[in-house]
Design a protein around this ligand. Structure first.
Ligand code: CDP
Ligand code: MG
Length: 136
């Protein structure tokens, strides 16, 4: 079986601020992900609004976009078999309080908004999100 996929991962401002990026990158590597592309950037609120457009109607949208643009983030293209699903499993539940032991959000997340990582939720969205950050 060979179902190698690419997915987008973001190490969010709360984790970069605590200098956790190397530790979190190692979590991906330990689970067999290859980091194929990587950059540290600081996006504008408008870019965050574009990235999170699917959440436009949610009550947390404005805060979410302010937060993602509040400091540097590390965006990565991760590759492995079933990368989209395996990354979601490794990240854990959106709310760190609900995340399983051993997941990144359980280990490093502070709260539902400061949950340390983003990961694409489908192969289709992975392509769109990778293009957003890595297509010139
Ligand atoms: O990131 P994930 O796909 O697990 O969750 P989402 O439902 O797509 O929400 C996107 C992001 O919005 C989350 O990762 C949280 O940072 C934030 N969020 C929030 O601040 N408050 C909520 N009630 C739900 C999500
Ligand atoms: Mg999501």
């Amino acid at each position: 079986m060979n179902n190698v996929e690419q997915t987008l991962s973001i190490i969010k401002p709360d984790a970069v601020e605590r200098n956790l990026q190397d530790e979190i990158k190692q979590e991906f590597i330990n689970k067999g992900f290859e980091i194929q592309k990587e950059k540290k950037i600081h996006i504008s609120k408008q870019e965050a609004e574009q990235f999170y457009k699917v959440h436009e109607t949610k009550p947390f949208y404005n805060e979410l976009c302010s937060y993602l643009s509040s400091g540097p983030i590390v965006v990565m293209e991760l590759s492995r078999e079933n990368a989209v699903l395996e990354n979601r499993k490794l990240m854990g539940a959106t709310n760190p309080e609900d995340a399983e032991e051993g997941t990144i959000r359980k280990k490093y997340g502070i709260s539902i908004d400061k949950n340390s990582v983003h990961g694409s939720d489908s192969l289709e969205n992975a392509k769109i999100e990778l293009d957003f950050f890595f297509k010139n």
